[in-house]
Design a protein around this ligand. Sequence first.
Ligand code: COA
Length: 415
Amino acid sequence: MGKALDGVRILDFTHVQSGPTCTQLLAWFGADVIKVERAGAGDITREQLRDVAGADSLYFTMLNHNKRSVTIDTKNPEGKLVLEALIQKCDVLVENFAPGALDRMGFTWERIQELNPRMIVASVKGFGPGPYEDCKVYENVAQCVGGAASTTGFDDGPPVVTGAQIGDSGTGLHLALGIVTALYQRTMTGRGQKVLAAMQDGVLNLCRVKLRDQQRLERTGVMKEYPQYPNGTFGEAVPRAGNASGGGQPGWILKCKGWEHDPNAYIYFITQAPVWVKICNVIGREEWATHPDYATPDARLPRLKEIFAEVERWTMTKTKFEAMEILNEHDIPCGPILSMKEIAEDESLRKTGTIVEVDHPVRGKYLTVGNPIKLSDSPTDVKRSPLLGEHTDEVMAELGYSREQIDALRAAGAI
Ligand code: COA
């Protein structure tokens, strides 16, 4: 079976996490992704957080599946010529260098357009145009400047960053969408274009409910589903909401049986209005179904703490999985707090290809996330990440270089 992006060639100039997330997705959809790395060094993550001596780190392997690796010194004049040949051959150049690095290398938008007017140039940067456009940015910086950190955590504690890599992997996802959209537009215009996904913008896009709440707060001075209501105070900006739900159905994390020794013996419980009567029945508070203080969502808002405490009295008598089973029988939305260990061992996630075991010639077998987006006509087949420069000769030959030329370029340090 063919793949959705068969025939699309990506010149992958990305490193670390944000850009590689994007190009890995494109590779999973069938694009030929040629990762350009510096000879001898490669993507810095190959050696970061290593767990097996001498093997590419999991940080690298889990972000670079299904790609080919070529080494080119793009600051060497002969190396530049190889890169030019690649630019002429490829459809998309993806990069996430620090601002200005591509220009300093001599590959400005104008120069790239001269070489290949159909080329799409896609970039991740920390910030869009503005006062911070020249700044380098990593994941947690993006979370802080995109509104996630100020709205995450508890009211009485400092801002908190989340474990979900919304700045890096989140922006990579945004960029991938921009690229396929530009490819689609090119089928009509015949022209390439620039695609920019700024990490601050990507994080803010994922935090939009907090921008919604900022405006609600300014209009009404209060947000009744937040834990600060009714006894706490609200300031000028959206406060940290603990584990409150970001939607219109109040929720909270509740203890389950074993919480005293298991840090993940908890469940997320949602007091969804349509199943309120069932909730009352399950927890043994049948009278709340009709009592005027509890029967309607509005009446419940000032009493959420008391209600969750009562539900917790029930969840503490069940394990998180028992609670999940019982609540689901009644259509009550909830979710057990799963540890990474439980997720890694989850057979159903392996069956769907969401978690995949991969064999690597140096590190052996390891687990990785597979493609989270499933296309029925373009299934993903996860292949191991390339060794540094593993495909240099192969790609050079495809570009028309002879054996002698390849050897000479290598001797000159250009590849
Ligand atoms: N041959 C020769 N030189 C190469 C090369 C190659 N194949 N590949 C990269 N380089 C050079 C670049 O030209 C640059 O040189 P310059 O500084 O002289 O212009 C240099 O390597 C370093 O690139 P840079 O991107 O500045 O790396 P860094 O390690 O200093 O910074 C980041 C890393 C992530 C902070 C920075 O790249 C960045 O802010 N990127 C944009 C935002 C982003 O994606 N952040 C998230 C990362 S997960």
